[in-house]
Design a protein around this ligand. Structure first.
Ligand code: V47
Length: 383
């Protein structure tokens, strides 16, 4: 390993702690966000990343499915949600969802990432039926479905406790939960960007309950809008604290805010500098998280690739159909084929390892071939 060069004196004691394997504090986190010394932060984060994972970089073959964009929440940060009669509002019929899923399964997906709007009329039972229907048709595919926000909403509309909702979801086929909806936990920020969502404390309580009943989840942080550096670090430390307690988080995904078509469209988008710093700082502060994801849809494949040398060990997946970021002006593709993910990883000097949702390596040569297409389904893409 080449020697670390620190240009910002304030980072020296932090570097000593990182190299000694000591835990960083709130003040350390704030100092890192305030430092312009991106290369020193990247070097440190990379050293932690290489200690954990060597040159391995994970990716998966997945498919996003967003069953509806109709949503009662009206979050300022969101360009995806619509009122029921607004232009562009949609609600897939169950059969449309099953077709997407079966197509994904034939194309080799090992995971469905399923999140959607908080629909005013669909009862909780509908979503349980949907999960059962998906498991019946695609039993081998991991169902990573419903954010803590959706779980909180299901609890409200079904009048069941959070635990009852989570148990019912698990029994109907949900295998784990994605990390969305966390945004920034601090109430000042939530009041501005997502006033009607579950509170930060509720998000954490729902994640805790999910972990307690054996459902793993991911965690996210939405940065680059109205939050302060202190509020970002506070968010990360709250996640670290919960992870100490449950060890139920698989991966952390820093999400860059995309302002186009949102109620915060006047804000500038994040920069590559800020994005790489966010990856590095999360790797350094979240010492009890195994994986930091560079989500290429949000970062662009170019920045995600560089992030593999700034602390990230995972590029996420093939995705196939992405609506939340593209409604907010993302210019990236909606789909990256496996060969392209592998190329990006290899070019960054890393070794691509296909994983399942729980980070177990996948050996395709030992998997049974996907079922033959149904005659009525014609779309096909080369994963
Ligand atoms: O929950 C919404 C965020 C999330 C915008 O768990 C926005 O593996 C930027 O959670 N600009 C959805 N972000 C994405 C997400 C995710 C993605 C990939 C992998 C995983 C995982 C989770 O995107 C939302 C919200 O936090 N979001 N609107 C926007 N305008």
């Amino acid at each position: 390993m080449t020697e670390l060069r620190i240009n910002d004196e304030r980072l020296k004691p932090i570097a000593d702690k990182v190299l000694a394997g000591e835990r960083l504090t709130l003040d350390d986190g704030i100092a890192m966000y305030r430092s312009p010394d991106l290369l020193a932060l990247g070097w440190l984060a990379n050293s932690v990343r290489e200690k954990r994972h060597g040159d391995t970089c994970f990716f998966n073959v997945n498919r996003h499915i967003n069953p509806t964009n109709i949503c009662v929440a009206h979050c300022k940060l969101c360009a995806f949600g619509r009122d029921p009669n607004a232009p562009g509002a949609y609600n897939f019929a169950l059969e449309e969802i099953y077709q997407r899923a079966e197509q994904g399964m034939r194309e080799g997906a090992t995971e469905f990432h399923m999140v959607g709007g908080l629909h005013p009329d669909l009862p909780f039972e509908y979503f349980l039926d949907l999960m059962r229907g998906l498991k019946k048709r695609c039993p081998s595919v991991h169902l990573k479905a419903f954010t803590m926000v959706e779980v909180g909403y299901f609890s409200r509309i079904s009048k069941k406790s959070i635990r009852e909702v989570l148990v019912a979801l698990k029994e109907s086929g949900v295998d784990s939960l994605p990390g969305g909806g966390a945004e920034i936990f601090h109430p000042r920020v939530r009041k501005i960007i997502c006033d009607h969502k579950v509170s930060g404390q509720q998000w954490l309580n729902i994640a805790r309950t999910a972990h307690e009943i054996g459902l793993r989840s991911n965690a996210t942080m939405l940065y680059g809008h109205v939050e302060t550096e202190e509020e970002r670090v506070d968010h990360l430390l709250k996640l670290r604290e919960l992870q100490d307690e449950t060890h139920g988080f698989s991966a952390f995904i820093p999400l860059a805010f995309h302002p186009a078509n949102t109620g915060l469209a006047h804000l500038p988008p994040t920069t590559g500098f800020h994005d790489l710093k966010s990856i590095a700082i999360s790797r350094l502060l979240l010492d009890n998280f195994d994986h930091i994801k560079a989500y290429w849809v949000m970062l662009t494949p170019s920045i995600a690739q560089i992030a593999l040398r700034f602390g990230a060990d995972d590029l996420d997946g093939t995705v196939v159909e992405e609506k939340i970021y593209h409604d907010a002006g993302a210019k990236t593709a909606e789909f990256t084929p496996r060969a392209e993910l592998e190329r990006l990883i290899r070019e960054a000097g890393r070794v691509p390892v296909e994983r399942d949702t729980l980070y177990r390596p996948i050996d395709r040569s030992k998997m049974s071939p996907p079922p033959a297409p149904r005659p009525d389904v014609t779309i096909s893409i080369n994963l």
